[in-house]
Every structure is written in structure tokens, then in C-alpha cells.
Design a protein around this ligand. Structure first.
Ligand SMILES: NC(=O)C1=CN([C@@H]2O[C@H](COP(=O)(O)OP(=O)(O)OC[C@H]3O[C@@H](n4cnc5c(N)ncnc54)[C@H](OP(=O)(O)O)[C@@H]3O)[C@@H](O)[C@H]2O)C=CC1
Ligand SMILES: CC(=O)N[C@@H](CCC(=O)OP(=O)(O)O)C(=O)O
Length: 303
């Protein structure tokens, strides 16, 4: 039997990449609507009616409207937008977050995918807060650089037109939309300073958390806490760094995330860095992983 899946927003950056990952699968039948009717509520409701699972790859307001359109239907929903990531009625789509996360996703009707930066930040912070190596109210900074596809079709057009700079920093008002979900799911009570940036490369990102070391918080204890937490997780790996470069594009076109711990015990300074593909584990790969968990099929299908 094939499951019916509707990708709402399938012509967008995230939607297209989800389609590529699932369109050749025998266990999935994609429901498509006429591209001219892609914003037509009637056509989309009909698609929701036929689907076992709908994946929303839409701006936040359109995602909220889609949920409303489907509210009395049986369809299960994965939302790739920011709209529902701190809403308790939605399962948070990060299966590796804690012991219950994967089961919650498997049983849920509504699953909200984490944001791309959030995936990197939460992957580092949640296990370290849980292990008592970071206090929930510790002053923290998170520095990140993303490929330009993270900004969707509008930012891609700026780069493809040659109009955009090689590199820019932004989010300097400290109101980036990922801050609430990072705090909620990493277990932080104090807002971290978040410094995102975009570089002139399409996909890939690095998310860094600088940390001061002490008697308890050593390079070894940080590495061990992260490695224990992710033991047996096929998409997340942990390593101690050797001072070499970290390249944001290293895991492009995969659903993997790599965490590297490095620093110098002599001066007590360290950084923990996560590398992932913003369109892989940061968006489309994660959506397909969650879809697989919800359908009860091999979690790596299509990935
Ligand atoms: N890009 C990334 O790295 C990540 C993106 N996300 C999230 O995924 C979602 C999609 O982002 P992304 O793919 O980058 O965005 P894009 O701008 O590339 O694509 C959005 C798509 O949604 C369509 N759309 C817009 N409004 C409506 C509507 N009312 N009804 C139906 N379709 C509509 C657009 O069509 P049209 O162009 O014709 O208006 C477009 O095809 C966003 O919420 C984003 O925040 C999540 C993680 C990472
Ligand atoms: C480079 C860039 O612009 N990135 C986006 C986040 C991409 C992402 O994860 O989007 P969602 O949270 O909407 O899912 C931003 O900073 O707003």
C-alpha cells in the first residue's frame, strides 16, 4: 500500500527538495495540484482531503491558513515553517532531542520541523543543558553562517542576480525568529545572543557556541556528554576537533549533522560547532525523516 502525501508549497526551495527525496519511492504517492491553483483554498483543501500526510513548505501565515483549511480532516501535518514550533499541541520534529521525542513524532497528528539554525543550536545545547554542563541561565552566544538558500526564493534571486554581498551579518536586533524555539527546546531560561550571517554559497551552515572551560566543563566532558546523547543516532555524529577548518558545506545534500568540540584547556576557551545542510537536516531532510517516523517505515528512506 502507498501512502498519499501532499507537499503544500512544492515549488518553493524546501518543497522542491522534499519532492526530490520522495518522488521515486514506491511506498509514497504524491498528490499534486495544478500549479496555477497552488494558492487556491478549494484545490488545497481537496488535496488535504486525499492525503495521509501533508507537508507545509509555506511562509508562516500561509502555514497557519493551511492548518485551518485542514482542521476537520484526518490528514496528518508536518509544518516546515516557524508557525508552530513552540506550540505544545505540536510534536517538535527533532527525533534525536530526547528519549521520548521519536515516539511523540510517531504518534502525532501535528509535527513542527525545527528551523535550520535552531537544529544546529539545539543539537549542541540541549544535551549539554541536560547533562548540567551548561546552566539554563548561563550567558551564551550563538554565532552562525548559512548558505543563501536559507532565505528562500527571495534571497536566492538576490544572489543569482549578483546583487547580494559576499557575506553579511543580520538579526542584530536580537529578535530572530529562531530564538524562542532554541530557548524552549534547549531548556534555556536566559536569552542567548544570536549572531547569524549569510555567505555567498547556496547550501550548508555552521552554528557555533563558544564556551569557557572549567574543572567540570572540559573538552572531554563536553565531547562525552554529546557522544553519549547521540550514541546510535544514524544522522548525528560527534567528534573532538584537531584545530583544522570547519567547512559549512561539508555535509551538503545529506541529512547528517556533525558536532565538533575544540579549544585549548590551557587558556580555557572552547567552541562547539554544528555543521549541517540547511536544506537537509535543517529543513527537507528533517521533514522526510519525520515523515518516515510518522509512517512507521525505515527512518532513512529517501535520505
Ligand atoms: N530555506 C530554508 O533553508 C528553510 C526554510 N524553512 C521554512 O520552510 C518554509 C518554506 O520556505 P522556503 O522553501 O525557503 O520558501 P520559498 O520562498 O522558497 O517557497 C515558498 C513557497 O510557498 C508558496 N506560497 C506562498 N504563499 C502561499 C500560499 N498562500 N498558498 C500556497 N503556496 C504559497 C510560494 O509560491 P510563490 O513563490 O508562487 O509565492 C513558494 O513556492 C518557510 O516557512 C521557511 O521558513 C525551514 C527550514 C529551512
Ligand atoms: C539565511 C536566512 O535568511 N535564513 C532564515 C532562516 C531559515 C529557516 O530555517 O527558516 P525557518 O525558520 O523559517 O524555517 C532567516 O534567518 O530567517
Amino acid at each position: 500500500m502507498a501512502y498519499s502525501v501532499f507537499i503544500d508549497g512544492e515549488a518553493g526551495t524546501t518543497g522542491l527538495q522534499i519532492r526530490e527525496r520522495i518522488e521515486t519511492r514506491d511506498d509514497i504517492r504524491l498528490i499534486a495540484i495544478d500549479p496555477d491553483r497552488r494558492k487556491d483554498a478549494t484545490a488545497r483543501r481537496e488535496a488535504f482531503q486525499q492525503a495521509d500526510v501533508a507537508i507545509l513548505c509555506l511562509p508562516d501565515d500561509a502555514a497557519r491558513q493551511a492548518v485551518d483549511l485542514a482542521r476537520d480532516l484526518d490528514v496528518r501535518i508536518i509544518d516546515a515553517s516557524t508557525a508552530h514550533r513552540v506550540d505544545d499541541r505540536w510534536a517538535f520534529g527533532f527525533p534525536e532531542l530526547n528519549a521520548g521525542a521519536r515516539h511523540r513524532i510517531a504518534d502525532a497528528r501535528l509535527v513542527s520541523n525545527p528551523g535550520c539554525y535552531s537544529t544546529g543550536a539545539i543539537a549542541i545545547l540541549a544535551p549539554l543543558v541536560a547533562a548540567g554542563l551548561i546552566a539554563p541561565d548561563e550567558p551564551l552566544t550563538i554565532n552562525a553562517v548559512s548558505g543563501y538558500t536559507g532565505g528562500g526564493k527571495a534571497l536566492i534571486a538576490e544572489y543569482e542576480d549578483g546583487a547580494a554581498p559576499a557575506h553579511f551579518v543580520y538579526g542584530l536586533n536580537q529578535r530572530h525568529k529562531h530564538i524562542p524555539e532554541i530557548m524552549a527546546h534547549a531548556g534555556l531560561s536566559r536569552q542567548p545572543i544570536f549572531a547569524p550571517a549569510v555567505g555567498n554559497f547556496a547550501q550548508g551552515m555552521a552554528v557555533q557556541v563558544p564556551l569557557f572551560l572549567d574543572d567540570r566543563r572540559t573538552l572531554d566532558s563536553l565531547t562525552a556528554a554529546l557522544a553519549d546523547h547521540y550514541a546510535g543516532q544514524r544522522f548525528i555524529e560527534v567528534a573532538q576537533g584537531t584545530g583544522s577548518r570547519i567547512v559549512p558545506t561539508d555535509l551538503n545534500d545529506t541529512n547528517r549533522l556533525r558536532i565538533t568540540v575544540q579549544g585549548d584547556p590551557d587558556n580555557g576557551c572552547a567552541t562547539v560547532v554544528a555543521v549541517l545542510d540547511n536544506l537537509g537536516k535543517g529543513a527537507s531532510g528533517a521533514a522526510v525523516q519525520n515523515l518516515n517516523i510518522m509512517l512507521g517505515v525505515d527512518e532513512g528512506s529517501g535520505l
